[in-house]
Design a binder for this molecule. Sequence first.
Ligand code: PLP
Length: 371
Amino acid sequence: MPRPIQALIHAEALSHNLARARAAAPDSRVFAVVKANAYGHGIERAYEALRGADGFALLDLAEAQRVRDLGWRGPILLLEGVFEPRDLELCSRLNLWHTVHCEQQIDWLAMHKTHQPQRVFLKLNSGMNRLGFAPTAFRTAWTRLDALPQVDEISLMTHFSDADGERGIAHQLQRFDELTRDLPGERSLANSAATLRHMGGGLRSDWVRAGIALYGSAPDHPAHDIAHWQLQPTMTLRSKLLALQHLQPGDSIGYGSSFVAEQPLRIGIVACGYADGYPRHAGTGTPVLVDGIRTRTLGRVSMDMLAVDLEPVFAAQHNAQPGAEVTLWGMGPRGTRLAIDEVAHAAGTIGYELMCALAPRVPVASVPASA
Ligand SMILES: *Cc1c(COP(=O)(O)O)cnc(C)c1O
């Protein structure tokens, strides 16, 4: 029998979350962001559920090829554009839209020989200071692109640094509006946080770029949780209890003896560790479900195992035994749930990192949408 750990990808939840993103931005078209192998879900596994999107956005040309191989003929946007001149040939061949964020990319376009003019998304650095033209260089870049026979349509884009937080988007939006007011072309501004939190406020974004919300994580956790945004978990990481231990006061658990029992304590040992992608930074108290009963982890996460407190499970009159189902995140038995954001929060990180870090050794199964 294989080791009992398993990840599940829930197609119905992916489709549901896509519908939520659409509902939040009813006047926009939606790019489903599938970079990083669909945030760890697997592009091929997520594709059927997300093909109701208007386009796909990603970074890697090999991932763009995979989306085309799945039969997608609609828009695909490269969020960082091309990395070297010959990538432009693949853009022509696969009909990819690509971001232009620096002068060098315009130089490459100017030298590119093609019969097929390309659609580009010119990116403004409106304050994120990651990629994009500075406000002083943006108009010149637009004029240069506009003069190139290799370019047939210029769209305008920027990225918000604080759509999920208190600072918000107004300062960046103002810069973007000032610089682009009189320019033609479609706009693409909003990530998940901006889509959920700011689209109602008169923000115009012909294309929103929804990533994390599709994967059942609240972009502004812990201010809001997925229940607030009516999102559903799309990835479950589950395993089983391998063993039980009865601790006496003074007994410790695992490496470093970081947890010491103060009273008699029944604990379970779970077949899941950091080599499966479970965060080692998750200390004692990280939420976990045993047979659907919410409890907590105890002590340090090892490579292949971690320990959980079984007292709440026995208190709920459940007889936890080796083989009992353990939900590390996602959907548990009998409709129970544990949001990945809660686990991430306990580990000092965000849901994005946990789903992307699911380890290759964990077998993944798809749960198809029920008919
Ligand atoms: C990753 C990414 C997104 C999606 O962000 P989420 O927070 O996951 O919705 C949107 N735009 C760009 C440029 C990105 O790199």
